[in-house]
Design a protein around this ligand. Structure first.
Ligand code: SF4
Length: 308
């Protein structure tokens, strides 16, 4: 029997766990009539389970009826969401339950403070990700400059060359790759003619440097990435579990590929294929922040069955 190891910190982060708890609690209290704006977690199976508990997911805010009991997910919302909900008499403390993760709120605060201190803020993130949309709201909305890939330092350098701000700052979506953020900054610094991006501490005390960056990748993401890296280095194959839309799960899969280990990105145990495990001695399993423990267990059990 091969050895199967689950990466440290695989699965739900505390922010996602809390958001699900809030939605379930609110739905139970209110006889199931609870609306959630957007996917609470990027995991199709979890969403289906929650729908079975009576939670109604809507993509468009206009689908939420007036006065409806509403939950906002962990990813953070732009201020316009709160304004529209208020017009529908959906208000915090009354019928609005805000599950925004405090670590996302921290990024919003960092963005606002940099902006207020004269920085042109560039966001390392995924343009269509709800968190990036929410953070952009605190900057220049749709006009916020977002760089999506670690390899795109050239785009940032062009942006700096073609604009004329006194100060520039980089921040990151909480779920981006630690390695990718570092690579982006190093690449920019190696070509920037009149200075270097220096780290601004989260305390935001030093706001004078012309070029600065703030480490806004959240700790649970960092721990998950390093746990996955560890397992990828010691395994013959790694199974990455995560939703198709899950940015942090895709980062874990990319990390495994970068290390060079055979890896597969799946959403549930039904996608596992027996031939993947032929002649494999060490099997690693990891999972994104939107993957519940029961899904990880199902995958492990299925692998055991296939390899016994
Ligand atoms: S990934 Fe990080 S910031 Fe996002 S919900 Fe989880 S803990 Fe919060």
């Amino acid at each position: 029997m091969p050895e199967i190891k689950v990466a440290k910190h695989a699965g739900f982060c505390f922010g996602v766990k809390k958001a699900i708890e809030i939605a379930e609690e609110v739905a139970q209290k209110n006889n199931h009539k609870t609306y959630v704006l957007g996917q609470l977690v990027h995991n199709e199976k979890v969403i289906k389970d929650l729908e079975n508990e009576g939670i109604i997911f809507v993509e468009n805010i206009q689908e939420i009826p007036k006065n409806a009991i509403t939950v906002l997910r962990a990813h953070g919302e732009p201020g316009t969401t709160y304004q529209i909900l208020e017009q529908k008499s959906i208000i915090k403390g009354k019928n609005l339950n805000d599950a925004t993760c405090p670590l996302v709120t921290l990024v919003h605060n960092v963005a606002t403070k940099l902006n207020n201190n004269g920085y042109e803020v560039i966001l390392f993130g995924k343009r269509n990700h709800p968190e990036a949309i929410g953070t952009s709201y605190h900057l220049k909305g749709k006009d916020t400059f977002i760089v999506e890939h670690a390899e795109d330092s050239g785009l940032v350098l062009d942006y700096i060359k073609n604009t004329n701000y006194d100060k520039y700052a980089l921040i990151s979506q909480t779920t981006m790759s630690v390695y990718g953020y570092k690579k982006l900054i190093d690449d920019i610094n190696s070509k920037l003619a009149d200075g270097k991006f220096e780290q601004i501490p989260l305390s935001m005390k030093e706001l004078t440097t012309k070029y600065g960056y703030v480490d806004t990748i959240c700790n649970p993401t960092k721990q998950r990435q390093s746990g996955t890296e560890g397992i990828a280095r010691e395994s013959d194959i790694v199974i990455v579990i995560g939703g198709l839309n899950s940015s942090n799960s895709k980062e874990l899969y990319a990390k495994c590929k970068e290390i060079g280990v055979e890896a597969y990105f799946i959403q549930s145990e039904e996608q596992l294929q027996k031939e993947w495990f032929i002649n494999k001695e060490k099997i690693g399993v990891t999972a994104g922040a939107s993957t519940p423990d029961y899904l990880i267990n199902d995958v492990v059990e299925k692998i055991k069955e296939m390899t016994s």
